[in-house]
Design a protein around this ligand. Structure first.
Ligand SMILES: Cc1cc2nc3c(=O)[nH]c(=O)nc-3n(C[C@H](O)[C@H](O)[C@H](O)COP(=O)(O)OP(=O)(O)OC[C@H]3O[C@@H](n4cnc5c(N)ncnc54)[C@H](O)[C@@H]3O)c2cc1C
Length: 388
């Protein structure tokens, strides 16, 4: 039987960004419907898995500023729902001491007075055992950083949304969008009419946007999520205060390599390469390129002598990249009642609560709490095709 309904707002996509947006809209007394194409929870988009890194360490001040409030919003959600979503571990940032990238991280932390510890070659192994700091690399620890329990966070925010009267319909794929003062959203199971629409469809963003005459320059890549076995159980364990880490660039590659202490799978450390190969989100695992894993194997062999340099478990996830790696948080250029959150470029999870707040503000026509100029669609102007 097909369903119909009228809403103040419909949000498409129940990943981290859509779920937080729906929650904020419901908090603002909006009758809100959150639509998801798959049965929840699922592992096909970008928000699944046990853990994500949360940090203030960034190359740009605007992300560090947003994270100040974002930590408070995560803590507020923990209190409201009575669940633990964050564990402080610190984030070790490493990179060639004189490189622009490493210096940007370090100076942004300093300028924003984020509590840090700078490690020297002499005291490094005393603080971080079983890790080789490369010759010429600097090391600074963002003390505030840690791990977010991702799957638990998603379940929690969706639960809080429902407690506020929000409606989630999963296994309902959006097939068509008809823009207008009242937007008509047709799914595999029904038709809904809404004053406002938010599109947070992760790797499927452009498929949804094609119904509105817009295409963004997004690149969808598969990430191999690699877990590496400890030679001595417990040596990189979260309980032994092993931190998350991020290498800005290194001998093996130009993109970041990042890792999280052994936690979700006992004895296994998660280490990933911050890039993958282009994929179709509906055929994600057809893409079998392993060049990222080769890079990681060389890095693990060189810098993490306590790990077996071959991944024990490989899972899959998807990044949706913009050319400049900054998010898209904006109104549709031709339909002001359609708001878009897209292109989270492999670093959006930690921002979930603040993205939810900002997309809600945009949707309600309020002045956004932060300067959104780095996230506007107009920055792609030359490449953005507007068919309308
Ligand atoms: C391996 C990996 C590691 C990461 N590490 C970190 C990290 O340490 N820290 C950090 O901050 N971020 C990290 N990220 C990035 C972060 O996880 C993503 O930025 C974030 O999850 C993006 O969420 P989203 O809601 O935009 O997309 P998604 O989670 O993909 O959600 C989009 C949803 O829309 C649904 N959808 C799509 N089309 C339709 C349709 N037609 N009808 C209905 N529903 C539809 C999809 O099924 C999906 O559920 C990582 C990502 C990956 C892959």
């Amino acid at each position: 039987m097909s369903s119909t309904g009228e809403y103040d707002c419909v949000v498409i996509g129940a990943g981290v960004q859509g779920s937080f947006t729906a929650y904020r809209l419901a908090e603002n007394n909006q009758r809100t419907l959150l639509l998801e194409q798959f049965v929840l929870p699922h592992t096909r988009g970008s928000s699944h898995g046990q853990t994500r890194i949360i940090r203030k360490a960034y190359e740009q001040d605007f992300y560090t500023h947003m994270m100040e409030e974002c930590y408070e919003l995560w803590a507020q959600l923990e209190r409201e729902a009575g669940v633990r979503l964050y564990r402080q571990t610190g984030l070790l940032v490493m990179g060639p001491e004189n490189s622009q990238n490493y210096q940007l991280f370090k100076t942004t932390l300093e300028r924003n007075k984020v509590p840090t510890v700078v490690l020297t070659r002499d005291n490094f192994s005393q603080h971080i055992p079983n890790f080789n700091l490369a010759e010429g690399d600097g090391a600074v620890v963002d003390i505030t950083a840690g791990v977010l329990y991702a799957d638990r966070a998603l379940k929690t925010v969706q639960g809080q949304f429902q407690k506020l009267g929000g409606i989630i319909k999963d296994k309902e794929k959006v097939m068509d969008i008809k823009p207008g003062p009242v937007v008509t959203v047709s799914t595999s199971a029904g038709v809904y009419r809404t004053k406002r629409l938010v599109i947070t469809a992760g790797p499927w963003a452009n498929r949804l946007l094609s119904h509105t005459g817009l295409q963004l320059p997004l690149e969808v890549v598969k990430i191999n999520v690699c877990y590496w076995k400890e030679k001595v159980p417990g040596s990189y364990d979260v309980k032994r205060r092993f931190p998350c880490f991020l290498l800005t660039e290194g001998e093996e590659a130009d993109e970041h390599i990042y890792g999280l202490p052994s936690n979700e799978y006992p004895g296994l450390v998660k280490i990933c390469y911050h890039m993958g190969s282009e994929t179709d989100p509906d055929q994600r695992d057809k893409q079998t390129d392993r060049s990222d894993i080769d890079i990681l194997q060389r890095y693990v062999a060189r810098c993490l002598p306590g790990l077996i340099p071959e991944p024990a478990v490989v899972e899959s996830c998807i990044y949706t990249l913009t050319p400049d790696r900054h998010f898209v948080l904006d109104r549709h250029p031709n339909h002001s009642n359609i708001v878009i959150g897209a292109g989270f470029s492999g670093h959006g999870f930690k921002f979930g609560p603040i993205i939810g707040k900002l997309l809600c503000e945009l949707s309600l026509g309020e002045v956004p709490s932060y300067d959104l100029s780095p996230f506007r669609i107009t920055r792609f102007q030359a490449k953005t095709k507007s068919a309308l």
